[in-house]
Structure formats: C-alpha cells, structure tokens
Design a binder for this molecule. Sequence first.
Ligand code: MN
Length: 175
Amino acid sequence: MPRFQQLRNDKSSSECSVDQLSGDQTLKDYHSKRNFKTTKEPEGGIEKKKGDGKIFVIQEHHARRLHYDFRLERDGVLKSWAVPKGIPESTNEKRLAVETEDHPIEYAKFEGNIPEGQYGAGTVTIWDKGTYETKVWDEKMIEFTLNGKRLRGRYVLVRLKRAGEKSWLMLKGKE
Ligand code: MN
C-alpha cells in the first residue's frame, strides 16, 4: 500500500521521475530509519549510475555494540553489511557480515556522532576506504578486490542460506 512519508522540499517537481521513484525505493529503509533534522548523516539520494561502482568504505561504528560497516558502491547506492568482529585480514578468518539497508553514496564521507535516541546512535569513523573491482556479483556470492589503505587484495562474501537471508560470511581470498 502506498503511504505518504514526507514532503521533499529539496526537489522541484521537474526532478520527480520514475527513475527517481525506483531510487527512493532503494533508500526507503535508510530514510525511514532516520530523522534528518536530528542526525548529521546525509539524506542523499540515488545517483544515476548503474552497475559497478568504484568506491568502498569501512566505517568503525561505536553503536550499542561496536561493529564495522562495510559498504560497496553499486547501482548508485552503497550496498552495506555490518561486520561485528571486523574485516578478516588473513585467509583463515571467517567473519559474519549482516546485510543492512542501502546507504546513499555520500555516506562514504560520513564521520561523526549520531545523537542519542537516533538509529545507530554512537560515533562513526572511517576505518578504511578506497576503490574496488568486482569479479563476481550474484545472489549467492560477491567476489572483489579491494584497493584501500589498510585492506588490499581479494575478498569474498558468501550468502549463508540457512542462517537467514541477511547473513553472509566474509572471507579473505588467497592471492
Ligand atoms: Mn552501523
């Protein structure tokens, strides 16, 4: 059922397109979880590029529980996972990565404090960022190479079917 959520004063009627509707759909969860009058996180919108993006970012997020938010640019948004135990840095580590809502691309620059009472309240700092290249991206597996300051090389995200649709395993690939 369609439901009115908010009036966008930042867009003119000429900027409202079917394209944009599908974009807002992608970021619907992101927008509905946050009050942009209170949090300094970017409101953002979908960017008009399709397919593989270029950037990745890992944000250290001291929320109720510390976790690392891993994000890959794709289809004009940042595909996102929360990795509670941090990104694996050797080939024998496997880390649970829980898929979270798509974030706008501007979020890759975000650092700061999310106020108390807001979704994800706590501090966010950029732990690493850079570019990436995709090798495989399908329903079950994403394989890519990171070119960051801390992290470099091949990584794999594998969907854990039995653990629920939002659970993935993150592994460091052999070079
Ligand atoms: Mn987070």
